[in-house]
Write a new protein. Structure first.
Length: 303
């Protein structure tokens, strides 16, 4: 009995010593250790946000469903408002992922930025983002100012870029909002950058209607406007960067960027300019919900 008692006593002392060593090890850990010094935590819920804008919400829903299809837990915070309303939530980490527009986002963080083309804007945006945020691959799809013509006019004069307007042998009239007359990408910028001289007509909210009716033959239209598809319009390429490029780009918390990059980069690669217009047509004309639009688009693109 004495031997058994001593054996149990020794076992108890060993367990006590091991526990003491473990506690000592925990107490001596570096309280200032950086995340790089510790094991990465298990994946948390990805919070996807969107603007109060149907086109942006559709893209956000595509992100959300793509992540869910890949096994991520996703929470949606949609229709938050415009950039001043939602950016604090992104910067604080409350929102994980948000579909943004490269040029506009760059100007938000760096109003003095001079980059104009998609590649230069993207590179400048990476530098301008605050610590803790980054962007994944940008899409070729955009939602920005453009110069647009009817398909018939483009076919008649062989137009594919703004530069081609210099070869048109009929008078050109540019339609757009009244403020376009004084914008750097307005008639003066068009002449200085591309050598294209135009008269100007302040068409305002009826710009597309005036273009289709032939009252103007060039118009300032946003590149994601669904009427580009429904009215058979052609957006002219802008190789010299007259307009600030504003491609669809996912802004994301840097800590989870690598974890979700494969999923979201595949979405960006598949989202084309015409594809974004078509999604918007499904919303404005077909009156489909963002969830249905996203589900159909992901299936059609094998995502």
């Amino acid at each position: 009995m004495i031997t058994v008692h001593r054996t149990r006593l020794l076992r108890g002392l060993v367990v006590t010593a091991v526990a003491a060593l473990a506690l000592t090890g925990c107490a001596s850990g570096d309280p200032l250790a950086t995340p790089e010094d510790t094991a990465a935590p298990e994946s948390a819920t990805i919070v996807v946000g969107s603007q109060a804008y149907y086109s942006n919400e559709i893209i956000a829903e595509i992100y959300a469903q793509a992540l869910e299809n890949a096994g991520f837990d996703v929470e949606r915070q949609f229709q938050i408002g415009q950039r001043d309303a939602y950016m604090p939530s992104i910067e604080s980490g409350e929102i994980t992922l948000f579909p943004e527009y490269s040029g506009n986002l760059l100007q938000f963080f760096d109003p003095e930025a001079t980059a104009r083309t998609p590649e230069d804007v993207y590179a400048a945006l990476l530098e301008a983002l605050p610590e803790g945020l980054t962007v994944l691959d940008q899409s070729t799809a955009s939602d920005q100012d453009s110069y647009t013509v009817t398909a018939a006019f483009a076919d008649e004069f062989g137009l594919s870029s703004i530069a081609d307007l210099a070869n048109v042998d009929v008078p050109l009239t540019l339609g757009g909002p009244p403020e376009l007359a004084e914008r750097p990408y307005g008639p003066t910028g068009l002449a200085e950058t591309y050598g294209v001289e135009v008269a100007f007509s302040a068409t305002g909210e009826t710009t597309v209607e005036d273009l289709v009716a032939g009252n103007v033959n060039v118009a300032n239209v946003y590149t994601a406007d669904p009427r580009i598809e429904t009215e058979d319009l052609v957006v002219l390429d802008d190789p010299e960067g007259l307009f600030l490029a504003s491609n669809v780009v996912p802004v994301v918390q840097a800590g989870v960027a690598d974890e979700i990059a494969d999923v979201i980069d595949a979405v960006s690669a598949a989202l084309t300019p015409g594809g974004l217009v078509a999604l918007n047509v499904q919303s404005t004309v077909d009156q489909l919900s963002p969830a249905d639009i996203a589900s159909e688009w992901l299936a059609a693109n094998g995502l």
